[in-house]
Design a protein around this ligand. Structure first.
Ligand code: APR
Ligand code: PHB
Length: 396
């Protein structure tokens, strides 16, 4: 089929305008590589998603490389450690003591907002509210993507396709089932989260294991707190009044913290399921999967955005080397290299979730193992160093 009037050419077609797609597009732009981002929703809808806001140094450096880190450095909170509680016990993991590296607490919504602003300032091409995205010829040397925008048919001819369209996107499904291996663990509980315009209960995060279930005390800024409690998969947000949430949260964190807790009306309330998921390989021909399109972690270790970032780092460098030097080592090695780091993040997220949550089928022995795990972490510097190294982010 010849090039129709609504056909456009680009070097990299990026499906998905979340953090992965936007960061990749901005990094490519900074080295003169052209891309078009296709986003199913509106920008406001994407920015309306409330997600974890703990940034590893690797992601911070990528955002600096993308020219999008000014607000992050001005408004982000540097955290040198986190608190872990079980029953009335509470101890601190000192990231900076063990690794020399802190993390930065800065909402994913703000990261995405900064990336949208950068793409718009650079005149980046983003099509919103796209439908019927179909990947063609991914296993050829001339792939293209067709889609519609408000019923109008479009086609993009490109050199490469980046599938950054998340867990429910079309990119992963474009890889033939016979070539894909999927690994999944679904957790038997969810996280009920609220946002409240109240001061955080502590200046650092508190991860709490209690006999009533897991709880997490986090924040977005000095007057915006983010709290989670483990809940049943059959729960709905409307089943929980604010008062019921606050009472349950207070019962799951140490009493001295509960006494300090400032409650207030929730401005957002939602339930997220927990899943570990990886698809292999992350490449098929000229299609590369990136971020949630390829893998999911339970939010316990705050690794979702941070593993998307390392994927983007590897893919960006491979594409840059292809266009700059004509070498294919980077893109050829992308999937294997990304998966090595992804599986370590999957392990950490699974381990931390296993230690901090109550599982319906846990035996008394299992509960003793959890306490032994927590006691060992509380008293052993090597264990704390290992946790700190995973939390701040393993090397790219
Ligand atoms: N066509 C175009 N866009 C699509 C399609 C499609 N068929 N399907 C999904 N999308 C869009 C979604 O609307 C979303 O904005 O792709 C984007 C994917 O973004 P994310 O799901 O946020 O995934 P990613 O960019 O990899 O970021 C990973 O986001 O979900 C969190 O916890 C996750 O923090 C992690 C981060
Ligand atoms: C959050 O602030 O939303 C958050 C922080 C840390 C996590 C998960 C979520 O591990």
């Amino acid at each position: 089929m010849g090039i129709e009037e609504d056909d456009v050419q680009t070097q990299v077609a990026i499906i998905g305008g979340g953090p992965s797609g936007l960061l990749l597009s901005q990094l490519l732009h900074r080295v003169g590589i052209d891309s078009i981002v296709l986003e199913r929703k509106t920008q406001d809808y994407v920015l309306g998603r409330i997600r974890a806001g703990v940034l590893e140094q690797g992601l911070v450096q990528l955002l600096e490389q993308a020219g999008c880190a000014d607000r992050l450095h001005a408004e982000g909170y540097v955290h040198h450690g986190t608190l872990v509680a079980y029953g009335q016990e509470m101890f601190r993991i000192d990231f900076t003591e063990h690794t020399g590296t802190p993390v930065i607490v800065y909402g994913q919504t703000e990261v995405t907002r900064d990336l949208y602003a950068a793409r718009e300032a650079a005149g980046g091409a983003i099509d919103y509210e796209v439908d019927d995205v179909v990947i063609h010829g991914a296993d050829s040397d001339a792939p293209h993507v067709t889609y519609t925008v408000h019923g109008e048919k479009r086609r993009i001819d490109c050199d490469f396709i980046a599938g950054c369209d998340g867990f429910h996107g079309v990119s992963r499904q474009a890889i033939p089932l016979g070539l894909r291996r999927e690994y999944e663990k679904v957790y038997p509980f969810g996280w009920l989260g609220i946002l409240s315009e109240t001061p955080p209960v502590n200046h650092e995060l508190i991860y709490a294991n209690s006999e009533r279930g897991f709880a997490l005390c986090s924040m977005r800024n000095d007057m915006l707190s983010r709290y989670y409690i483990q809940c049943s998969l059959s729960d709905k947000p409307e089943d929980w009044t604010d008062e019921a949430f606050w009472q349950e949260l207070k019962r799951r964190i140490p009493a001295e913290q509960a006494e300090k807790l400032v409650t207030g009306p929730s401005i957002e309330k939602s339930i997220a399921p927990l899943r570990s998921f990886v698809t292999e390989p992350m490449r098929w021909g000229r299609l590369f999967l990136c971020g949630d399109a390829a893998h999911i972690v339970p939010p316990t270790g705050a690794k979702g955005l941070n593993t998307a970032a390392s994927d983007v780092h590897y893919l960006f460098n491979g594409l840059r080397d292809y266009y700059r030097a004509g070498t294919t080592d980077g893109i050829d090695g992308y999937s294997e290299k990304a998966l090595k780091r992804i599986w370590k993040a999957e392990r950490f997220s699974w381990w931390f979730s296993s230690m901090m949550h109550r599982y319906p089928d846990q035996s008394e022995f299992d509960l003793k193992m959890q306490v032994a795990d927590l006691e060992f972490l509380r008293t052993n510097k090597a264990a704390q160093k290992a946790m700190a190294e995973n939390y701040v982010g393993l090397p790219y």
